[in-house]
Ligand binder design. Structure first.
Ligand SMILES: Cc1cc2nc3c(=O)[nH]c(=O)nc-3n(C[C@H](O)[C@H](O)[C@H](O)COP(=O)(O)O)c2cc1C
Length: 434
């Protein structure tokens, strides 16, 4: 059996640079999306299909220029609304170790853990955007590896805050009006190199003790950070379509976990995929072509996202000339993993246009009928050795969610590859169940 998650953006999904999506539905349109109803409906569909979690990504800046402005909701209140409408699905919110204070983060994620009865998760991002740093009153972002050093320090503090309440600290005795056994709530200063706090949290320990920790960075330093802390890692090779590259990634992460004294089975690596399913293989191939054909709109979108995330202007290169050799570490303090993966799609002499033609958000080509795609997913996981997939698709529509949850997932369930019902009440228990 393997695990399923879904990576989604709390954005107006019905709007795309090429126009409104006819399958979007009214509550995904630019004027109505911010009620969150679409995300709540989506979460209910994922829960019915037995997904481990919904991952709510986040960035705090609007976009590089007006044509790429993309508004989004704060994931924490969205997680609270989803928690109220579901009962088993894990809910992962993205929050930055560079922008938030550890006390605020520990308090919010624990509150969500209570509201969801043990289904809170946190996607630990270090964030790359200087403009995001300015929004939080900072001068700019530190360099790539230093951000991870700061994140390690941040984690030491939030872990102490989460551990500040013993499991049996609440006594709740009517007689004498005693609520908390103060000897079981640990009080005192917590000093880190970059941050400090003071224990305890004023929220009692959540049902999971600490939220499920999710991580997405894939540079060597990012992998070490994940290996030290994460319960689940989300990764992609951006269209490389190589199962051995996925196996290598997972094996590498597991080795790093052993180095940090952890059991590698305690972290589930989920690879980003965008399966395209159709009633026939031809129909699916045609839908895939429509989604990925490098039209001027797709090229513009790819260059813009790549430039935004890697903080490097990819628009400076001629689309039809061979891309010059680029050294990732000296080129960007942004998403180095993404830059490396993009360059890995090219062969010497390839033009930028050719490389963009191969670029995908997901890791593998999965196109066909639900039965064909389910079969392939099972084979891929056998070859990699385990864990699972994270679905992502833009534009995201009700139609696509239905194709996956009501078309592909039943085929996976029929083969015994994914769960048909949840075994446990909490997110971490279900994630670690196999
Ligand atoms: C699948 C995936 C999802 C990510 N989601 C977010 C996100 O929601 N917010 C964010 O600030 N960074 C996000 N990131 C960026 C990573 O957290 C990390 O900062 C980035 O990959 C740079 O680190 P690296 O150089 O170690 O790869 C994501 C990365 C990947 C691959």
């Amino acid at each position: 059996m393997f695990h399923l998650g879904w990576f989604t953006n709390p954005i107006p999904h019905g709007w795309t640079p090429s126009g409104r999506d006819v399958w979007a539905g009214n509550d995904v349109l630019p004027d109505t999306w911010a009620t969150g109803e679409f995300l709540v409906d989506m979460a209910k569909s994922l829960e019915r299909a037995g997904f481990d979690y919904i991952m709510l990504e986040d960035h705090v800046v609007l976009g590089d220029d007006e044509s790429h402005f993309e508004p989004r909701l704060d994931p924490i209140p969205v997680a609270a609304v989803i928690a109220a409408a579901t009962s088993r699905l894990g809910i992962v919110s993205t929050m930055s170790t560079s922008f938030y204070h550890p006390f605020q983060l520990a308090r919010s994620t624990t509150t969500i853990d209570h509201l969801s009865r043990g289904r809170s998760g946190w996607n630990m991002v270090t964030s790359t955007e200087d403009r995001g740093a300015r929004a939080f009153g900072q001068d700019g972002q530190p360099a790539h590896d230093e951000r991870y050093d700061r994140a390690d320090d941040f984690l030491d503090i939030v872990e102490k805050l989460w551990a500040g309440w013993d499991e049996d600290a609440l006594v709740i005795q009517d007689e004498g009006g005693r609520y908390v056994d103060a000897t079981k709530v640990h009080s005192g200063p917590i000093e880190g190199k970059y941050n400090s706090s003071y224990s305890p949290l004023n929220v009692p320990r959540g049902p999971q003790g600490r939220p499920v920790l999710c991580q997405a960075g894939s540079s060597p330093r990012g992998r070490d950070f994940a290996a030290k802390h994460a319960d689940t890692v989300i990764a992609t090779t951006f269209g490389l379509n190589s199962v051995s590259a996925l196996k290598e990634f997972r094996d590498d992460l597991r080795e790093r976990m052993v180095k940090f004294g952890r059991n590698p089975d305690d972290c589930k690596v989920l690879f980003l995929i965008t399966p395209t399913v159709g009633e026939t293989e031809e129909e699916a191939l045609e839908a895939d072509r429509r989604l990925n054909d490098p039209t001027p709109a797709i090229i513009d979108q790819t260059l813009s996202r790549l430039s935004f995330h890697t903080e490097h202007d990819w628009g400076q290169y001629d689309l039809d000339q061979p891309l010059p050799e680029l050294d990732v570490e000296s080129m960007t303090e942004g998403y180095q993993g993404m830059a490396r993966a993009f360059l890995a799609l090219g062969h010497p002499g390839d033009t930028l246009r050719e490389i963009i033609g191969r670029h995908r958000t997901g890791s593998l080509d999965l196109v066909g009928t639900p039965a064909q795609v389910a079969q392939k997913m099972g084979e891929v996981i056998d070859e990699i050795g385990g864990d699972g997939f994270l679905i992502q698709r833009r534009p995201l529509t009700r139609r696509y969610i239905t194709e996956i949850c009501e078309g592909l997932v039943p085929e996976l369930q029929k083969r015994g590859l994914v769960r048909s019902s949840y075994e446990f009440p909490t997110f971490r228990e279900n994630l670690l169940a196999f």
